[in-house]
Design a binder for this molecule. Structure first.
Ligand SMILES: NC(=O)c1ccc[n+]([C@@H]2O[C@H](COP(=O)([O-])OP(=O)(O)OC[C@H]3O[C@@H](n4cnc5c(N)ncnc54)[C@H](OP(=O)(O)O)[C@@H]3O)[C@@H](O)[C@H]2O)c1
Length: 248
């Protein structure tokens, strides 16, 4: 039986195990999806050596960047460009097992936001500067949208702080993507600190979060007439893409 799995720490509730095991059962695929909760990335080798039927892995927090030195190659258009890996394809056979890193978050995000993009959407604000924000920036770039990061602290020339969100900045950036954990269950009364009163029906607010379905960030955008979307479709599409990568 083929094995697929997820490495991360801590894992707690994971969407992937449920999604893939249901898929395997529904489609009669002789495979199992297993969570590998490893307290250090040094245990990566142990996981792959102890599971000789392992064909592919998903990677989550905190190892999306730390896993890179353990891989033989990175997919140029996704993982290498973004600098983060969330899918590993394991190629066995030959003298040495090969590990290739990919990033399916970029595909999930790009495919899910593309139908909502209009001529108003030339520039974007990306809230948060963590791992996911880098994939979002590359995805927006692929759609011809220029991004500016918004952080709690000034980091570089392409990053502003929440205090810098002037009416001019809000008027010139009509796509706003929440890449922070603010508003995620159970802290549903939290939201990023942006001037919501400056939002208009020309704005598109995309939240990477999907629990709750409608976050406070989305509610406040909707109140101003903005278009809003949560991260559920991205989550499903990135899992779909991971499966495509493993089957190629
Ligand atoms: N829908 C999907 O398929 C999908 C895929 C990937 C990730 N996600 C979700 O997206 C979110 C971000 O993921 P990530 O991996 O980038 O997380 P992360 O590495 O933890 O980064 C989140 C960023 O948010 C900002 N932040 C954190 N705490 C904050 C606070 N209290 N107030 C304001 N800003 C705060 C920080 O940026 P600054 O320090 O620069 O402010 C931080 O770098 C997570 O909640 C994750 O579950 C969803």
């Amino acid at each position: 039986m083929d094995i697929y799995g997820l490495i991360g720490y801590p894992l707690g509730h994971s969407f992937s195990a449920g999604y893939f095991n249901e898929k395997f059962e529904a489609e009669g695929i002789d495979a199992q999806y297993v969570n590998f909760e490893i307290p250090s990335i040094k245990e990566f080798r142990e996981v792959v050596e102890n599971n000789e039927n392992l064909k592919g892995l998903n990677v989550t927090i905190p190892y999306k960047e730390q896993v890179i030195p353990y891989l033989d190659d990175l997919d140029k258009s996704t993982a290498k460009r973004i600098g983060a890996v969330n899918v590993i394809k394991i190629i066995r056979g030959g003298k040495k097992t090969k590990f290739i890193g990919f990033n399916s978050d970029i595909v999930g995000f790009t495919q899910s936001i593309e139908p909502y993009i209009t001529d108003h959407h030339q520039q974007a604000l990306i809230l948060g500067t963590g791992g996911a924000s880098k994939a979002i920036c590359c995805g927006l770039q692929d759609l011809g949208i220029k991004s500016l990061f918004v952080s709690r602290s000034k980091k570089n020339a392409n990053t502003i702080t929440y205090q810098d969100l002037t009416p001019e900045v809000m008027e010139s950036h009509h796509v706003i993507v929440n890449c922070t954990p603010l508003g995620m269950y159970p802290k549903i009364n939290e939201c990023p600190d942006i001037p919501y009163e400056l939002l208009t029906p020309n704005h598109l607010l995309y939240d990477l979060l999907y629990n709750p379905d409608e976050t406070l960030f989305m509610k406040k955008g909707k109140k101003q007439g903005a278009m809003v979307k949560n991260g559920l479709e991205m989550l499903l599409l990135q899992a779909f893409e991971a499966w495509n990568i493993w089957q190629k």
